[in-house]
Design a protein around this ligand. Structure first.
Ligand code: HEM
Ligand code: HEM
Length: 177
């Protein structure tokens, strides 16, 4: 075991923690609706919200770089984490965009934000909308797999290694900024 006491010194910023958990919750809701079932109107509104929040999150991340990992984290783990996180950011843009493209094809259903205001259809051809559909299916399953991997890693840090890594992303406690 690599250290039994929680590591608190360097945490993600308040903003990063806010974006992480808001987007995580919304992605879980949308994976549920997509894979299990539910209101597609809610699915679309939640997905567009994820797209907007992700734009804010990426801007926030550029202005507030993540805290460096503690020295005890092995090289392969750093590599696995950084590629998982990069892929997450790509999927957080591609998944909602492809869904939006798909929904802009037939225009059979209204597109709005929880009934409050309309969301415009993307100005794309039916062929692009069809491609969006294909992409959305593949990338939806990829997202589900990546979340499973990511949550597995978090559980490993929390309960097997007990190295306090997870507390870096938890609200509350001491913050770096
Ligand atoms: C379900 C959708 C989720 C997505 C899309 C997601 C995405 C991400 C991303 C992109 C990062 C990297 C942050 C950065 O450095 O910019 C991250 C970090 C993190 N996530 Fe998630 N996450 C999700 C759910 C979860 C859940 C359910 C947990 C806990 C069980 C979790 C625990 C963490 C932790 C502890 C970190 C910080 C890792 C570190 O200290 O380097 N995430 N997540
Ligand atoms: C975080 C964002 C999103 C996630 C995680 C997500 C996830 C999923 C998943 C897993 C499926 C099931 C895949 C399949 O079996 O075809 C699905 C289907 C679907 N999604 Fe999304 N989605 C997101 C955003 C969006 C957006 C923004 C829209 C449209 C504006 C959208 C529209 C649809 C539609 C219409 C389907 C049904 C496709 C079909 O019946 O073939 N999604 N989504």
């Amino acid at each position: 075991m690599r250290g039994t006491r929680p590591f608190h010194a360097q945490r993600y910023s308040r903003g990063a923690i806010f974006f992480h958990w808001t987007i995580a919750l919304l992605v879980l809701v949308n994976l549920w609706i997509g894979l299990v079932g539910g209101s597609m109107g809610v699915h679309k509104a939640v997905g567009i919200t994820v797209l907007v929040l992700t734009a804010g999150r990426i801007a926030w991340r550029i202005a507030n770089p993540p805290p460096p990992l503690p020295a005890f984290v092995a090289g392969w783990e750093r590599l696995a984490a950084s590629w998982t996180h990069r892929l997450f950011y790509i999927l957080l843009v591609v998944l909602p965009l492809s869904g939006w493209a798909m929904a802009s094809g037939a225009k059979r259903y209204p597109l709005d934000w929880f009934g409050l205001f309309p969301i415009p259809y993307l100005p794309i051809t039916p062929a692009v909308a069809g491609a969006g559909h294909e992409v959305h299916e593949v990338v939806g399953f990829l997202m589900a797999g990546l979340v499973a991997l990511h949550v597995g890693a978090a559980l490993r840090h929390q309960f097997l290694l007990r190295d306090g890594i997870v507390s870096r992303m938890l609200p509350g406690g001491r913050r770096a900024r």
